[in-house]
Write a protein that binds this ligand. Structure first.
Ligand SMILES: Nc1ncnc2c1ncn2[C@@H]1O[C@H](COP(=O)(O)OP(=O)(O)OP(=O)(O)O)[C@@H](O)[C@H]1O
Ligand SMILES: [Mg+2]
Length: 377
């Protein structure tokens, strides 16, 4: 929502177009694709959906429309998985996206909300300190004191707004939210109503309402979902990319998008370095070299696709501003080191060993080896 709801005033910077924003919302960044899909989509749409489930899946996975409009893939991965996620949203069950860090849970949930409801901004960020008001509603205290509890003094949460308008709300990092606060979602998801005892009223969800939650595998055990709540969700597990080729494609695509939004010139030679970064990350993550011959130790931190994307983006900025515009080993080496060595004591040993036993011996990798040696010293 771009207008300050209570006063109707615009905040500074809100008059700028989507292109001027550092990070436009999905529905702004891909407004053209969404409009083309809506115009050519003749399949049935569930109540208040902007697109049919088929068109939502096409928006996520990419494709070419009958009039030749190209829809870029947002998610690179299994079609079935996306279809299950989209069709869940058309039922009365909520969607839980589960996976290890950097598997595009947040990314997919944003694009799903944008395609289904045209609005990805109804968002609750889950933390250990998320209060119940963030899920139910709060009060504008000045008005509460002046008027008592009235509908105008009530500040709706994103969940309440989605229920009222039949939209999609996102809850990020659901399992970080304290268990008793999580439980306030049970009535919402099973009865589709949000009681407001102070007013003797309730908000009944309008058709089209649904909820997408994300949760990190690594957080398992922090605040496990109660079984009552878990039953309200269909869980879709997002996997790490199955092959190095798939991961290279994801990184290339995202780096290209991010680079363009930062006005970085496209760097020739990029694919070679992307391949190497992805190879290094996959081998360290798997504890085994790509040819299956050499066992290597894994570092303490996560080396996900998301980290590979930021290492390459950082390298592009280096080569554009301080190099010759060609992405070279020297531009990504420092980023790789920073991503691998999180714990200076143990990870440094892991890295040195990998560098000397694997990278050093690999044909055609001498420039990469030298660049890594230089920054590791
Ligand atoms: N299969 C994929 N297809 C497209 N993009 C991907 C894929 N996997 C990862 N990415 C990219 O990785 C980046 C990080 O993804 P995101 O932040 O959504 O991860 P996450 O699963 O929410 O991680 P976390 O658990 O740390 O919150 C995004 O820019 C996303 O585009
Ligand atoms: Mg996330």
């Amino acid at each position: 929502m771009s207008v300050n709801e209570s006063s109707g005033e615009r905040l500074p910077g809100e008059r700028l177009s989507g292109a001027e924003k550092l990070r436009p919302h999905a529905e702004q960044a891909f407004a053209g694709e969404l409009a083309a899909l809506a115009a050519q989509d003749d399949r049935p749409r569930p109540a208040r959906w902007k697109l049919s489930p088929w068109a939502v899946a096409t928006y996520l996975l990419g494709g070419t429309l009958p009039d030749g409009t190209v829809i870029t893939p947002k998610y690179v991965g299994s079609r079935r998985l996306v279809e299950v996620a989209v069709s869940t949203l058309a039922t009365d069950r909520a969607l839980l996206l589960l996976g290890v860090p950097g598997t595009a849970k947040t990314w997919v949930s944003e694009h799903l909300a944008a395609a289904v409801s045209g609005d990805s901004t109804l968002l609750v960020q889950g933390t250990a300190g998320t209060p119940e008001e963030a899920i139910r509603y709060g009060w504008n205290y000045a008005r509460l004191l002046a008027e008592g509890p009235t509908r105008d003094a009530l500040v709706p949460s994103p969940v309440m707004r989605a229920m009222r308008d039949g939209g999609t709300v996102r809850v990020e990092e659901l399992t970080r939210i304290p268990a008793d606060v999580q439980d306030s979602l049970i009535t919402i998801l099973s009865e589709k109503t949000l009681p407001i005892p102070e007013l003797g009223q309730e908000v009944q969800a309008v058709r089209g309402f649904n909820l997408i939650a994300t949760a990190n595998d690594r957080d398992r055990g922090v605040n496990d979902l109660s079984s009552a709540l878990r039953r309200r969700f269909n869980t879709v597990v997002l996997p790490l990319p199955g092959t190095a080729e798939a991961e290279v494609e994801i990184v290339t695509r995202r780096v290209d998008q991010i680079g363009r939004s930062l006005d970085l010139p496209p760097a020739p030679g990029g694919i070679e370095e992307i391949r190497r970064v992805v190879t290094v990350f996959r081998e360290l993550r798997d504890g085994l070299t790509g040819d299956g011959r050499t066992k290597v130790k894994s570092p303490s931190g996560t080396l996900s696709t998301a980290e590979a994307i930021s290492v390459v983006t950082g390298g592009l900025a280096l080569s554009a501003h301080f190099g010759d515009g060609v992405l070279r080993a020297g531009d990504v080496a420092a980023g790789v080191l920073g991503a691998v060595v999180r714990d200076p004591a143990t990870d440094r040993v892991v890295w040195q060993e990998y560098l000397e036993t694997v990278v050093r011996e690999r044909e055609g990798w001498q420039d990469f080896y030298r660049a890594c040696r230089e920054v590791s010293a």
